[in-house]
Design a protein around this ligand. Structure first.
Ligand code: PHE
Length: 445
């Protein structure tokens, strides 16, 4: 049959009008940085795994990134009109197949497989997003969960079992600023139809203590690396706080924040797993918690890596600095930046179609309604690859008479590995402008 196909790591998929994955993304799918020995993302995974030991937790690190919309959204209770489903935010292979946007896409299947009390899933995830030094369309997440089975606990007293597991966790002496934030009764209810108050409280206590221990482990490694770089470095006591959050598949839900460099930094999202997930996965007697975090941001902080693009670099000056750390986490050191090459900023200004002509369609410039900034990001990235550091909107206005909208973006070209010549950045920028005209139909000013 002649329907269009795409090959993603050896498997063939039919595409349709939803397909929006550029080849520079497809080429990078096999890289799997979270499994590359001595890579900072992989080392960060190992550090976190050490806090959730076998055999209670089982590790799943090679699930396929191509999943169904059911796995990524429906199985988790995302409403049909959730913005995360938009083509402007997500990479689709076809209308019901996509590149996972989070590791939670595997929650339901992993509960159904029921192989262990707990699990950790580490994986590459994909999102259409802005371009700057901390955003990349491919990044890595780790998902963790811990469940208890009512049918396997003496007298069915699962709360008592969970509390005894809480007692077995090591102690820590960090300052928890807000251990029990109040939560919104409608958005984040206790699941009273499924859990007794004692069960809900026990699950939350096990969740919070486990995740607090995890940040203690990460930040003590970061402190040790800082002391190696600077013998006068003084570790400040770690401060953390719990903040209410919302996820469609947990209730109640929280984010854990850590005080770092003068700011509260969001480290992870988590919550008590909605009972529907266990019921739909055929394990209705189970209950428990889940969390998800971004490995790249944590790796950047641990190693003091200034630009997320460095993770994709094959430059020996980068990779050599981490050699041996996978086998000896105590050898972790901060990254020593090699020279920062000069950047070359260039502006591009263009008109979108007018509000009225947008309805007319037919190849004219998109009207303000169907203009998505992420499309600009994608075009710049497809042309310039990792030679683009940052893209930001510097000006936008609507012409008072014609009603047309004008946008101006500033693109910063900078290679991490060498100096770009003026001729090279000019050439890249020309190609970006041409591609904007061709793919978005805008009119360059
Ligand atoms: N998947 C969520 C995200 O990407 C994080 C999360 C995982 C929240 C598990 C709760 C439980 O933001």
């Amino acid at each position: 049959d002649r329907s269009p196909k795409v090959i993603v790591v050896g498997s063939r998929y039919e595409t349709d009008s939803w397909f929006n994955v550029p080849s520079n993304i497809i080429e990078r799918i096999p890289r799997r940085l979270h499994l590359q020995k001595d890579h900072p993302v992989s080392i960060t995974r190992q550090i976190i795994e050490s806090v959730f030991p076998l055999p209670t937790y089982k590790y799943h690190n090679d699930f396929n990134p191509v999943v169904s919309t059911h796995q990524n959204f429906d199985s988790l209770g995302f409403p049909k009109d959730h913005p995360g489903r938009a083509k402007s935010d997500t990479y689709y292979i076809n209308a019901d197949t996509l590149l996972r946007t989070h590791t939670s896409a595997h929650q339901a299947d992993t509960f159904r497989a029921n192989l262990s009390d707990g699990y950790l899933i580490s994986a590459d995830v994909y999102r259409r997003d802005e371009i700057d030094r901390s955003h990349y369309p491919i990044f890595h997440q780790m998902e963790g969960a811990r469940s208890w089975d009512r049918a396997k606990v003496p007298d069915g007293d699962v709360a008592a079992q969970i509390w005894s597991d809480v007692e077995k966790l090591p102690t820590h002496n960090i300052e928890v600023q807000d251990p029990n934030p109040p939560f919104h009764e409608d958005r984040n209810p206790l699941q009273a139809a499924h859990h007794s108050p004692a069960e809900a409280e026990a699950v939350a206590a096990h969740l919070k203590k486990s995740l607090e221990l995890m940040v203690v482990e990460i930040f003590s490694r970061a402190g040790a690396a800082a002391r190696k770089a600077d013998p006068y470095f003084v570790d400040k006591p770690l401060q953390v706080r719990w903040v209410e959050a919302y996820f469609p598949f947990t209730s109640p839900s929280w984010e854990l924040e850590v005080y770092y460099n003068g700011d509260w930094l969001e480290v992870l999202g988590c919550g008590v797993v909605k009972q529907d997930l266990y019921i739909n996965a055929g394990v209705p007697d189970q209950l428990g918690w889940a969390f998800g975090l971004g490995l790249d941001r944590i790796a950047m902080l641990l190693f003091q890596i200034p630009d997320i693009r460095l993770f994709w670099s094959q430059d020996k000056r980068f990779l050599r600095q981490f050699e041996g750390v996978s086998d000896d986490l105590g050898a972790l050191r901060r990254f020593k930046p090699f020279s920062r090459y000069p950047g070359c900023p260039k502006d591009v200004s263009f008109w979108l179609g007018s509000t009225t002509s947008a309805a007319g369609g037919g190849g004219s410039a998109p009207g303000p309604q169907d203009f998505h900034e992420n499309d600009v990001m994608e075009i710049v990235r497809s042309v310039a690859g990792d030679a683009v550091e940052d893209v930001r909107l510097v000006d936008a206005f609507t012409h008072p008479k014609t009603g047309r909208r004008s946008m101006c973006y500033r693109v910063m070209y900078r290679s991490l590995e060498r100096t770009l010549t003026h001729a090279e950045s000019n050439e890249l920028h020309h190609r970006v402008c041409r591609s904007l005209v061709k793919k978005l139909g805008v009119e360059i000013r």
